[in-house]
Write a protein that binds this ligand. Sequence first.
Ligand code: PAF
Length: 282
Amino acid sequence: MKRLNSVEAMRSFRRELEGEVGLVPTMGYLHEGHLSLIRKAVEENDHVVVSLFVNPAQFGPAEDLDKYPRDLERDARLCAEEGVQALFVPATEEIYPEGYQTYIEVTRLTQYLCGLSRPTHFRGVCTIVAKLFQLVRPGKAYFGLKDYQQFKVIERMVKDLHFPVEVIPCPIIREEDGLAMSSRNKYLSDKGRKEALVLRKTLNKARDALKKGVRSARELERIMEESVRSVPSARLDYARVADAETLEPFEGDINPGGTLFALAVYVEETRLIDNMVWSNGQ
Ligand code: PAF
């Protein structure tokens, strides 16, 4: 596996490639969730590039950019074992040099959910993903559905900007006890790790309510809020029921054809997210 540390190295590597190229964008500290994306990419493409870049533009001023976990050597070994051809690890100064001032904004989908508490997050995500698409020129790019809103935002950007890339959604991968995998789970103490199960339990409660016939968005949100509050140390950012396509909230009943149940909860200092989509009774 090649390690590409500069834009020029990435470009010249890409120039030599023929056939289907798959891209898995990551911020590193890989876990089984990332590996599931990489495995799918390896299956579906002739060449796979994994990018590893902790993107400052998507972190807010009070967020965890500096302490974001990193382990480049382990990540490189895992990628090589999965059959990845190249690991693209650009330097921050090359991606955002002095004088940098170009950003991409998806205007509506970003007004809800995580966009409310992280107002510049998605413009940072879109900007780096657009740059990666330019440099890697993949036919397919793989994103995990734990970041459901991110997936919808990128899907929209690709459509609106005519990127010739197929955006492939990949299912949430969970620990055995149900916690959605995330590099940020590492921040949790043993106690916090147990408390973090409240996210999955809350989604299960929403599902139970749906099975009992509850359809009022407000009532479903109330059930989720109450469930999060049952863990006193957990701090709710949001518990929302939204249209799975537009991410807009509902006035009355949910959309039986596609409803997103989305949660963001602070456990200790760590902000965790999880979600499920309810579609035609499933
Ligand atoms: O999902 C992530 O890890 C990041 O948001 C991404 C897509 C790699 C962009 O930095």
